[in-house]
Design a binder for this molecule. Structure first.
Ligand SMILES: [Zn+2]
Length: 478
């Protein structure tokens, strides 16, 4: 057991959904396109080019800030963050400094049956830089990514475990997808993390005297690995009585191993100053409330409601709210149902339906089976019209064809036989054919009755109601 606990803060860089870039008309859909084909003087950073802000991008950032419970700076502005790097030829990035669009918000995460608020320091708008590619001795630069809108979300150092960080990262991805402000497709670099972390002795309250930053983490699993490796690395240094360097580290590879990039003596000095080419931003109360109205019920609230309204446990609710569309699908299936039925419908969806979707690689949007079909199957099984096994078969057929389960049951005569005479007729035949088992039964062999029930089930291809069959066999035998 380690005597240290991590103190972690996160920055999330999010590419929001816009047609064009942040300050020019170039397409922001650059992924997979020929290098340097989505460029113009503005995003190439040529002297004299004038930036014009993308309204949609700002709307997305404002919407996200509101969804993260932030206060809004009604008067905001863009600032120049000055530094030179080969992916930033104009010598500054347009960002926001002292007046971010949103500040002082929070996100609720669930950790070990409890809720915890992770505080959000700020949410601001900025632009992405170009992409550098190392090719042998050459450093190549692709400007397609340069100027793509980025929303930056900065948390306070509220994370005290890896689990909390991962829960938060997943919840953030979910929230932005619910809001439809970003696809947050990590493989396309649409959501990236920057980590700052240090260790302190367990029980200590003040922040450690140093801080290690790790930049450009492109996936949640790598984020987890980086934290594990950093805890190990920093623990070792502290155990030797030293203090880890205040530094920025970069990913060496996908195993989460990092290498030192630069050691910082002081905090960065970017000489921020207001961007002179863009007028200040002003958000009216009316505009803010219009944007607020477009925010749907968010994952955490939806989960709480599902537990309350449908009686689901936390695990089930979590799976169902994984995407907004999936949650909506479930609600259509369980609309107007009692809790017991709603729970049963949830297990059909989480179990059999999800398994089929994975096995047959069918997305929710392409499903032929309708929500009402699942509720019909659930009802037919629980009321004993069909057996659970038949239910699964019908589900698969409905999945493949989109056919109504009730019609399948009728057409194929799959309903359980609840007709006494029909079962009696089969049961008498089975008894006649098995004199040995019958005498076993009379000698109180418990397995004999089970065997006879099994035979009737076999004869009726599983359609006889098992309970009724058992009763009928008993009454004939006695
Ligand atoms: Zn451009």
């Amino acid at each position: 057991m380690s005597i240290y606990e991590p103190v972690i803060g996160l920055e999330v860089h999010l590419q929001t959904k816009t047609k064009s870039k942040m300050f020019c008309g170039c397409s922001s859909n650059y992924f997979g396109s020929e290098p340097n084909t989505r460029t113009c003087p503005v995003c190439l950073g040529l002297p004299g080019a004038l930036p014009v802000p993308n309204e949609k991008a700002i709307e997305h950032t404002l919407k996200l800030a509101l969804a993260l419970n932030c206060s809004i700076n009604k008067k905001s502005k863009f600032d120049r963050k000055n530094y030179f790097f080969h992916d930033l030829p104009k010598g500054y990035q347009i960002s926001q400094y002292d007046l971010p669009i949103g500040y002082d918000g929070w996100v609720e995460i669930e950790v070990r049956d409890d809720s915890k608020r992770i505080r959000i320091k700020r949410v601001h708008q900025e632009e992405d830089t170009a992409k550098t590619i190392n090719e042998g001795e050459n450093l190549l630069i692709d400007f397609n990514k340069s100027g793509v809108p980025l929303t930056e979300i900065v948390t306070k150092t509220d994370f005290e475990s890896i689990e909390e960080v991962i829960k938060f990262a997943k919840r953030m991805r979910q929230i932005v997808r619910y809001l439809d402000v970003s696809d947050a497709d990590m493989e396309k670099g649409q959501m990236r993390f920057e980590l700052n972390m240090s260790l302190r002795k367990q029980g200590e309250k003040q922040l450690p005297s140093y801080k290690v930053e790790v930049k450009n983490i492109g996936s949640i699993s790598v984020l987890e690995k980086v934290i594990i490796r950093e805890v190990e690395r920093q623990t070792k240094i502290l155990d030797e009585g030293e203090i880890p360097d205040q530094e920025t580290r970069g990913l060496k590879d996908m195993t989460g191993e990092t290498v030192s990039q630069r050691v910082k003596e002081d905090s960065d000095d970017y000489r921020y100053f207001p961007e002179p080419d863009i007028p200040p931003l002003e958000f009216s109360d009316n505009y803010i409330s219009e944007i607020r109205k477009t925010i749907p019920e968010l994952p955490h609230e939806k989960k709480m409601r599902f537990e309350e309204e449908y009686g689901l446990d936390g695990g089930m609710a979590e799976v169902l709210i994984s995407t907004k569309d999936f949650a909506d699908w479930y609600e259509m299936a369980s609309e107007g149902k009692k809790k017991e039925q709603a729970i049963d419908i949830a297990s059909w969806i989480i179990g059999d339906l999800k398994k089929l979707m994975t096995a047959k690689k069918v997305s929710l949007k392409k499903l032929k089976i309708k929500p009402v079909h699942i509720s019909k199957i659930s009802e037919m099984v629980s009321s004993g019209i069909i057996s659970g096994t038949t239910g699964k078969q019908i589900l698969e057929e409905s999945f493949d064809t989109g056919k109504d389960p009730e019609i399948i049951v009728k057409e194929r005569n799959l309903g359980q036989i609840g007709d006494k005479e029909e079962i009696e007729e089969v049961a008498s035949r089975i008894i006649e054919k098995n004199p040995k088992v019958v005498s076993d039964y009379k000698n109180k062999n418990e397995n004999a009755l089970k065997y006879l029930v099994g035979q009737v089930m076999r004869e009726t291809k599983g359609r006889a109601n098992p309970k009724l069959t058992e009763e009928i066999l008993k009454s004939i035998l006695e």
